[in-house]
Design a protein around this ligand. Structure first.
Ligand SMILES: [Zn+2]
Length: 139
């Protein structure tokens, strides 16, 4: 059984070997993407190999932080007690300038103001000592 405290606390990611660099990058305000040195593929979320060519020569480079809203959804009903104070909020599928798409959420504007292709800018939001979350605001 989970306690009231646990139920009202937002779940946070736990960095593993593949994602450790990604999370420490965010702590420094950088969104790190993996660039494949063999085929040039750029991938968001970290893996031991390139998802396009299987190559293992991957390099972390900081993203520009610029992107646009590829798709979005406004959440009116909290998925759990921890999110009750946040509704309504907008969940975004952001297409980064570098190509990869990532799921995030909107900050700094009303969720109803989101539109398709809206330019957005990365905001690094500290959630705990260990975890800083990537969010986006209108650019
Ligand atoms: Zn590759």
């Amino acid at each position: 059984m989970i306690t009231f405290d646990e139920a009202t606390k937002k779940p946070l990611p736990t960095p593993d070997t593949d994602s450790a660099a990604f999370w420490s990058g965010l702590k420094e305000g950088k969104l790190l993407l993996q660039h494949c040195l063999d085929c040039g593929n750029v991938q968001y979320y970290q893996q031991g190999m390139c998802r396009r060519c299987g190559g293992e020569r991957l390099e972390h480079r900081a993203a520009s932080g610029r992107g646009k809203v590829h798709s979005y959804s406004v959440v009116y009903r909290a998925p759990g007690p921890a999110f009750k104070r946040d509704v309504p909020y907008a969940v975004l599928l952001v297409e980064l300038e570098e190509g990869p798409r990532m799921i995030s959420s909107l900050v700094g504007a009303k969720p109803e103001s989101v539109t398709f292709d809206m330019p957005v800018q990365l905001v690094c939001e500290k959630a705990s000592e260990e975890i800083t979350l990537p969010r986006f605001r209108p650019a």
